[in-house]
Design a protein around this ligand. Structure first.
Ligand code: GLU
Length: 449
């Protein structure tokens, strides 16, 4: 993929809920695109829906993005920018592209049903355009406020999509979109275009549920005399059984994935690699991930989110986490042991918090599992004198083997059970210096230590 000079991208969530793994995808695709090409990433809250947008959700989304490692270069709120949308709608009105309509939702509904009954496509019939001044005045006298529709040109709109390649939508089959509601509030379509132009957005990367919007928005951009950005529409995420993800699916929210111990890098890697031609694989950084993502490899088919796949990827991310990344996390958990401890146990972690169990085994108390006291007494007698070090395990187990005749599982399992209280776990050799001779000796005697 050739480098694109300094692109500007944006993620434009409506603050009407927290992010889930599905709507984190456009955030990540945009962020990784900016990282890859040395561009800027704008976070824009599409909060023109005053009823459903809240400050708390905006803050929650910012927190979710921060957890993922997405750090916007600038943050905007559409509710601060109404004057720009007013100016743009004035221009569209003046050029005859924005017209007043007075139908109530009921009237529109009845009209749609009549069209369908006659086998006609349910497209708005542009009755608003044909109103006389007298009819308009009569509506006003009745206290009816108009809503405003954009007059679409009945033509094909085509673009080269970053994901889908040649894309086109026939606008002759669309209703003229309502841009402004009767209460004067802006719907999503116009503010998005005005902001994309004003903010110099060069690439709009979003879900394929916006393909039709793109055709409409390209017409609006042209009507405003602007230049359309490059568009890319990624596939949408479904559950493993193929249902769409909705904001109500709380357990797939980023906050709950975080609480369940999922690593942001695992969530991010799965979010952008699932449903693409590139294999899902663990990464050590978003920079590394940015180098792996290619929008042209994103599939046209829906991407399926499988929690088991996330668990598996999470384990791989944790198991290959370098000490530098783990150190501050362990310090925050009050865990010592340094790099030696980390390298000894990371291969046994499914999530980072599992480290606490291994730290307890190294530095806390264990109830030893003792089946053969004599064997353990012989093992204790063979334990080399002095501090344990990297060579202790080999010397010790060779000596135990020589004195007891035990080998293989019969040699190692009783030692593991006595020292850790468990049947499974990391290699014991590197743990011995961390446990220390005294603790080892007490556990071999069957003492809780
Ligand atoms: N607020 C819109 C959404 O969340 C933004 C879509 C876009 O990226 O233009 O779907």
């Amino acid at each position: 993929m050739a480098l694109i000079p300094a692109p500007t991208v944006r993620f434009a969530p409506s603050p009407t809920g927290r992010l889930h793994i599905g709507n984190a995808r456009p955030a990540l695709f945009n962020w990784l695109f900016a990282l890859r090409h040395g561009g800027r990433f704008i976070l824009r809250f599409d909060d023109t829906d005053k009823e459903r947008s809240t400050q708390a959700f905006a803050e929650g989304i910012a927190e979710d993005l921060g957890w993922l490692g997405v750090a916007p270069h600038a943050v905007f709120r559409q509710s601060d920018r109404t004057a720009l949308y007013d100016a743009a709608s004035d221009r569209l009105r003046a050029s005859g592209r924005l017209y007043a309509c007075y139908e109530t939702p009921d009237e529109l509904d009845r009209r749609r049903k009549r069209q369908l009954a006659r086998g006609l496509p349910p497209i708005y019939d542009r009755a608003g355009l044909r109103l006389t001044d007298a009819e308009r005045a009569a509506h006003a006298a009745e206290g009816r406020a108009p809503h405003w529709r954009f007059l679409l040109e009945p033509r094909q709109v085509a673009w080269t999509d970053l994901v889908r390649g040649d894309a086109h939508v026939d606008c002759a089959s669309l209703s003229d979109p309502v841009l402004i509601r009767a209460d004067g509030g802006y719907l999503y379509t116009l503010p998005s275009v005005v902001d994309d132009l004003d903010m110099g957005i060069t690439h709009v990367i979003r879900g394929e549920d916006h393909v039709t919007n793109t055709a409409v928005q390209i017409q609006i951009i042209e009507a405003l005399g602007g230049t359309a950005p490059v568009f890319g529409h990624h596939n949408l995420l479904t559950t493993a059984s193929g249902e769409g993800l909705s904001k109500r699916l709380g357990h797939l929210s980023l906050a709950s994935l975080r609480d369940a111990g999922m690593e942001p890098l695992a969530v991010a890697a799965l979010a952008v690699l699932v449903g693409s031609a590139d294999a899902v694989r663990p990464v050590d950084s978003l920079d590394e991930l940015a180098g792996l993502v290619d929008l042209a490899h994103v599939s046209r088919a829906p991407a399926r989110f499988d929690e088991a796949e996330l668990e598996h990827l999470n384990a791989r991310v944790v198991q290959q986490m370098p000490w530098e990344a783990a150190a501050p996390r362990l310090a925050a958990l009050g865990i010592g042991g340094g790099e030696a401890f980390w390298l000894a146990i990371r291969g046994n972690l499914a999530r980072l918090s599992d480290v606490e169990g291994w730290w307890r085994i190294v530095a806390g108390e264990v109830e030893p599992v003792v089946e053969d006291r004599d064997f353990l007494a012989a093992a204790l007698a063979s334990l080399p004198e002095g501090n344990c070090d990297a060579g202790t395990w080999k010397l010790w187990t060779d000596a135990v083997k020589a004195t007891t005749g035990a080998k293989g599982k019969a040699l190692f399992m009783p030692l593991r059970r006595a020292l850790t209280g468990l049947d499974h776990g990391p290699e014991l050799g590197p743990l011995l210096p961390l446990m220390g001779r005294d603790r080892i000796a007490r556990r071999l005697r069957g003492e809780k230590a």
